[in-house]
Design a protein around this ligand. Sequence first.
Ligand SMILES: [Zn+2]
Length: 271
Amino acid sequence: MITPGDFVAVAVSGGKDSLALLHILAKLRTKFRGAKLEAFTINEGHPYSCFYRMAKSNYVGEVAAKFGIEYNVYHFRDIFGFTAMEISERLAARGHKVHMCTIDGVLRRRAMNLIGKKRGWTKIATAHNLDDEAQTVMLNVLMGNLSRFRWYGVYEDAEEKDLIPRIKPLKHIREEEIAVYAYYHGIPLMELECPYVSTNPRYRLKFILAELEREMPTVKYSLVSFGRRLAEQLKSTQAGGANRCRYCGNISAKPVCRVCDLLQKAGVLNL
Ligand SMILES: [Zn+2]
């Protein structure tokens, strides 16, 4: 996933997975011949953001200092002019029900591309694990989001020049194995769960998948493999590139990208 000449940015949310990923990549750093590593966190700007809970311990700062890695924090307000909370309130005031995790996720992905282009990152490492990936595939199937699979493929290979390729070094590692690694290495675990988590559709899928796994032990691996193969098939049948957003010009499955769609619904696109 990492080759000589790469400039890899590790996305640190503060959860145990991202802290474990930073720890692992920092330790392996000497083996990346000629590759650069730095870490970053995005502060979405709402009171329950992992950012604030993480700030209580200086673990990332310690790891960054110990391994000589640059670490920066970026804020939604600086990037978009608004915090996630402000956008959420404006959406609600206009009668749009959008989950906070959706606002965070959609804007965070865009933010990473914008920052990465300025910094010169060639890859962004995220801490998605096997469980996250299996949930994503299942969620897309349940929601009938075929086009998302194509997106999945675009991100993985990033043939599109203006997207910074994502790498997911933990994507075949089970969540509990990462927890064991974190515990063993003294990586702090956040005590409080985000209050938005329980209403996120992924939350239920987590239990459904655990239930299915008792009868079908390979179900998570099968889902991830299915998603990857579907993405490959979609890519080969849809050569010619993705569409562009009418407003911002970014690659988008629909005429208006999800970022502009959210900002438009919140009434701040012109701002
Ligand atoms: Zn757009």
